[in-house]
Design a protein around this ligand. Structure first.
Ligand code: FAD
Length: 500
C-alpha cells in the first residue's frame, strides 16, 4: 500500500533525476510545504497539498524536472523559504513542489566589480554573514531578513527596509539564470552579461522576472549587487500627539534630500496600542503618544553625522519629540523580529486567541495616506464588530521609493484572523474584508501590492482592474513562455490565458 499521490512512473523518473533522497512523497513533507504565514482556509487545507516534493541541487536537475512536467502536463510550484504572504508558494492545483533549499551555494564573490553570484535557496542573513569579513553587504533588508531566501525575494519583487538608500530587490539583482517553463536555461540581465548594470541591447526583460511568483520559470542563479558596509548607522524615533502632524513630519523628513536617508516609517495609534499590549520587544514609550515616526540613515561617517543633525532638526521642527536613544536604537534593531510575533490576537472582548496574520501591503502616494488610513480602519472595525474573529493590529507606512524616499509608500494594515473559526462563512467574510480594503486602495490610485504580490484570493480579483490592458499583455506573455501552463498554475488569474 503506497501513500504516493503520483504514479510510479513519475516517481521513477524523478528519482532518476535527483536520486531517492531528492524526492519526498510522505504526508508530512507534502503538507508542511503547503501554506504560507498569511491567513489560510484551514478547513480546506487538503485542497492545496502538492503530490510530490523535489529537492534539486543544480540548474540541470531543475531543467529536467520542468521538461518532465511539460511532457506529463504536471504543475510545478517553486518554493524558497515559504515566508511569502500571498500564497505564491502554495500549490493551488497540486503537482510537483520544487523546494530550492538545497540550492544554497555562493558561487563567486567579486570584490572588484562588486557582485556576488548565488543559488536561489540561499538565506539573506546567511549571505551577509559570509560577506561581512569582506567589508561589503547585499543591502536587501526585509523584515523577513532572517528567514527569506533569494529565490523568493525575486519571485515576489520584495521591498527592503533600507530601500530608500540602496534600492529594492529588483534594483539589486544584476542578472539571473532562469529555467523557462519549457525547460530552456537562459541568462536574463542587461545585455546578456552577468555583471553589466545598464545596457540598451534588445528588450529590457529583467523586470519581467521580478514578482512573477514562479509563473514564468524557476530562478536557478542570481548575480547580486554588493555595497560597502556602512561606517555609520543612525536611527531616530519621534513621537506625536496626532496622526496628521506625524504624517506631515514624515513628508518633511522624506523630502529632506539626504542620500544617506535609508527609510522613514510612520506608525499609527492602533499599531502603538498593539505593540504596547502584545509585543515582548516593546520599549516603554510615553502614554500621550498617538503616532511615531522612525528615520534611519546609513553611510560613511563624514556624511551620516552632519546629516543626522539636520534630520533631528527637521523632525523637531515638524512637530516631533525625540523619544531617546533607547527607543530609537533598540526598536530599529528589533525590526527583523517584530513580524515574527503575531501568532495571537484579541477579540473585541479582549480575549486572547491564536490568530494568523494578514498583512495588506498597498503602494500609495503620500498625499492619500490620511484618507486611506481612516477608511481602512473603518472597514476593519465593521468586520470586527460583525464577525468577532478579527483583530486590528494597526497601520504602518514606509517610504518605498528607491533613491527618492518622497515617492510612494508601502502602506500596511495588519489584521489578525482567528483561523480556527474559519468555516466557509468566516472565510467568505474575510475575502470580502480584503476586497473592501483593496477597493479603497484602487479608489485612491494605489497598487494592491508594494512587495508581496496580489495573487491571493480576494486581491487577485482586482488585478485586471488595476492593470487594465497590461493584464492582457501579461496573459500573452504567459501563454508564449508557458504553452502548457505548468509553472505555478492558478496564480494571477493567468489560467484565463488558456481559455479559448
Ligand atoms: C515575518 C515576515 C516579515 C516580512 N517582511 C517583509 C518585508 O519587509 N519586505 C518584503 O518584501 N516582504 C516581506 N515579507 C514577505 C516575504 O518574506 C517576502 O515576500 C519574501 O520575498 C519571500 O521569500 P521566500 O524565500 O519565503 O519565498 P517563498 O514564499 O518561498 O516564495 C515566494 C514566491 O516566489 C516564488 N519563488 C520562490 N523561489 C523561486 C525561484 N527560485 N524561482 C522562481 N520563483 C520562485 C514562489 O513560487 C512564490 O510565488 C515578510 C514575511 C514575513 C513572514
Amino acid at each position: 500500500m503506497t501513500e504516493r499521490a503520483i504514479s510510479d512512473a513519475v516517481y521513477d523518473e524523478l528519482v532518476g533525476i535527483l536520486g531517492p533522497d531528492g524526492v519526498l512523497t510522505g504526508k508530512s513533507a507534502r503538507w508542511n510545504r503547503t501554506r504560507v504565514p498569511a491567513p489560510f482556509p484551514v478547513h480546506r487545507w487538503h485542497e492545496h497539498v502538492p503530490d510530490v516534493v523535489v529537492l534539486p541541487r543544480t540548474t540541470e536537475q531543475v531543467a529536467e524536472i520542468v521538461r518532465l512536467a511539460n511532457r506529463r502536463k504536471l504543475p510545478v510550484v517553486p518554493r524558497a523559504a515559504g515566508t511569502g504572504l500571498t500564497d505564491g508558494a502554495t500549490p493551488l492545483n497540486g503537482g510537483i513542489l520544487l523546494d530550492v533549499k538545497r540550492m544554497n551555494e555562493i558561487r563567486e564573490i567579486d570584490l572588484l566589480d562588486r557582485t556576488v553570484t548565488v543559488q536561489p535557496g540561499l538565506n539573506m542573513l546567511k549571505l551577509n554573514e559570509v560577506l561581512q569579513p569582506h567589508g561589503v553587504m547585499f543591502p536587501d533588508d526585509p523584515a523577513s531578513y532572517p528567514c527569506s531566501m533569494i529565490g523568493g525575494r525575486i519571485g515576489t519583487s520584495g521591498w527592503s527596509l533600507i530601500g530608500a538608500r540602496y534600492g529594492h530587490t529588483r534594483d539589486l539583482v544584476c542578472s539571473l539564470e532562469v529555467v523557462l517553463p519549457t525547460g530552456e536555461v537562459v541568462r536574463i540581465g542587461e545585455g546578456g552579461g552577468r555583471k553589466v548594470r545598464k545596457a540598451s541591447t534588445g528588450f529590457t526583460l529583467k523586470p519581467l522576472f521580478f514578482g512573477h511568483e514562479g509563473t514564468l520559470g524557476v530562478v536557478t542563479e542570481a548575480t547580486l549587487e554588493l555595497v560597502p558596509r556602512p561606517q555609520a548607522e543612525f536611527a531616530a524615533f519621534f513621537g506625536y500627539r496626532d496622526y496628521d502632524t506625524a504624517w506631515r513630519s514624515t513628508g518633511a523628513l522624506a523630502r529632506s534630500g539626504f542620500a544617506t536617508l535609508a527609510g522613514v516609517v510612520l506608525f499609527d495609534e492602533w499599531k502603538l496600542a498593539y505593540l504596547r499590549r502584545d509585543d515582548e520587544a516593546y520599549i516603554e514609550q510615553p502614554d500621550w503618544l498617538k503616532s511615531v515616526v522612525a528615520v534611519a540613515m546609513y553611510g560613511n561617517e563624514a556624511e551620516v553625522v552632519p546629516a543626522a543633525r539636520e534630520i533631528m532638526r527637521i523632525g523637531r521642527e515638524s512637530g516631533g519629540t525625540y523619544l531617546g536613544d533607547e527607543v530609537s536604537q533598540g526598536d530599529w534593531a528589533a525590526r527583523h523580529d517584530r513580524y515574527a510575533i503575531p501568532l495571537h490576537g484579541r477579540l473585541r472582548s479582549g480575549e486572547v486567541v491564536p490568530m494568523s496574520w494578514h498583512c495588506e501591503d498597498a503602494a500609495l502616494n503620500y498625499s492619500v495616506l490620511p484618507q486611506v488610513h481612516e477608511e481602512w480602519h473603518a472597514i476593519a472595525d465593521r468586520y470586527i464588530e460583525r464577525y468577532g474573529i478579527f483583530d486590528d493590529w494597526g497601520i504602518f507606512a514606509y517610504t518605498n521609493g528607491a533613491y527618492k524616499p518622497w515617492g510612494d509608500y508601502l502602506v500596511e494594515i495588519d489584521i489578525g484572523i482567528w483561523e480556527q473559526r474559519l468555516d466557509d462563512e468566516g472565510w467568505a467574510a474575510w475575502l470580502n474584508c480584503k476586497r473592501e480594503i483593496t477597493e479603497v486602495t484602487l479608489k485612491y490610485g494605489g497598487s494592491i501590492s508594494a512587495c508581496h504580490g496580489a495573487s491571493r484570493a480576494g486581491d487577485v480579483d482586482y488585478v485586471p482592474q488595476e492593470l487594465g490592458g497590461a493584464f492582457d499583455v501579461m496573459k500573452k506573455i504567459k501563454r508564449t513562455l508557458d504553452p502548457n501552463n505548468v509553472m505555478n498554475p492558478g496564480k494571477y488569474l493567468l489560467d484565463q490565458a488558456y481559455e479559448d
